[in-house]
Write a protein that binds this ligand. Structure first.
Ligand SMILES: Nc1ncnc2c1ncn2[C@@H]1O[C@H](COP(=O)(O)OP(=O)(O)OP(=O)(O)O)[C@@H](O)[C@H]1O
Ligand SMILES: [Mg+2]
Length: 243
């Protein structure tokens, strides 16, 4: 028993090569069920590539991975997973509501369920007034908010959020985090990447990726102890420089 069932995310020596470059290098990542896990690391460390592997959007060159106890290549887990990409994937020519509707239909939700969920989500992302506006007319931060709503439409048990709060104003950022805590209280697992260290503090545990591998992990406080610093910014720089 390797622990595939015990963890929401479990990878063992995961490898992804992009041309001659090894983007994910023998990654061993374990995210407990119901925790908020922050994946940190410098640009190009392999965070997005890791999430794409886990969401079965690209094939690994080696290693294995399980999500919620099933192989990540198992299509039956898709309905339990939500993925918010770093680059928002919305339909500019559709309205805000039509985008939510589209994602709801992809996940096979009933029209009634989609209506109820979209009312709830539009309120949460504070875009109720923009419901019938074309996405191309939204600001960058608004598009990000809509992207999160589309990710949450089917109430996934495991969420991959790749820099979900980039360009989101501070007030809404706080409401995003309140919502993440609410999801956690309902036993949803969240794997989140961020370059905002104040957000890293909100995570139960954080892992630091560099050159495609995990070089350390622990609670935010443990990372401060490991680096003998009192800010995660300083800890980040120390890990980046390999000190
Ligand atoms: N098609 C490709 N061919 C070769 N290298 C690639 C390709 N796509 C990505 N890479 C490289 O893979 C590395 C990992 O990229 P990835 O997007 O996973 O990093 P990241 O940790 O998410 O970075 P960021 O914090 O900037 O989002 C980068 O160095 C990138 O240049
Ligand atoms: Mg990235």
């Amino acid at each position: 028993m390797d622990g595939e069932d015990e963890f929401a995310v479990f990878t063992s020596n995961l490898i992804k090569k992009l041309g001659n470059f090894i983007a994910v290098n023998n990654l061993n990542l374990k995210v407990k069920r119901g925790e908020i896990y922050g994946l940190l690391g410098p640009n190009g460390a392999g965070k997005t590539t890791t999430i794409k592997l886990l969401c079965n959007l690209t094939k690994p060159n080696g290693g294995k991975g399980h999500l919620l106890g099933k192989k990540f290549s198992d299509n039956t887990i898709a309905s339990n997973i939500g993925y918010m990409p770093q680059e928002t994937a919305l339909y500019d020519g559709l309205t805000v509501y039509q985008n939510i509707l589209f994602f709801g239909e992809v996940y096979g939700l009933s029209s009634k369920k989609i209506r109820n969920r979209s009312d709830e989500l539009l309120k949460f992302i504070n875009l109720e007034k923009w419901r019938d506006e074309l996405v191309e007319n939204l600001s960058g931060g608004m598009k990000h908010r809509l992207s999160l709503a589309c990710t949450l439409i089917h109430e996934p048990k495991l969420l991959f959020l790749d820099e979900p709060t980039v360009g989101v104003d501070p007030e809404l950022k706080m409401s995003f985090w309140n919502y993440f805590y609410k999801l956690k209280s309902m036993n949803t697992t969240i794997l989140i990447t961020t370059h905002y260290m104040e957000e890293a503090h909100h995570c139960d545990r954080v892992g630091f990726m560099k050159d495609g591998g995990l070089i350390t992990e622990g609670s935010p406080t443990e990372l401060l102890h490991q680096t003998n610093t009192d800010s995660l910014e300083d800890a980040f720089i120390k890990f980046s420089l390999g000190r």
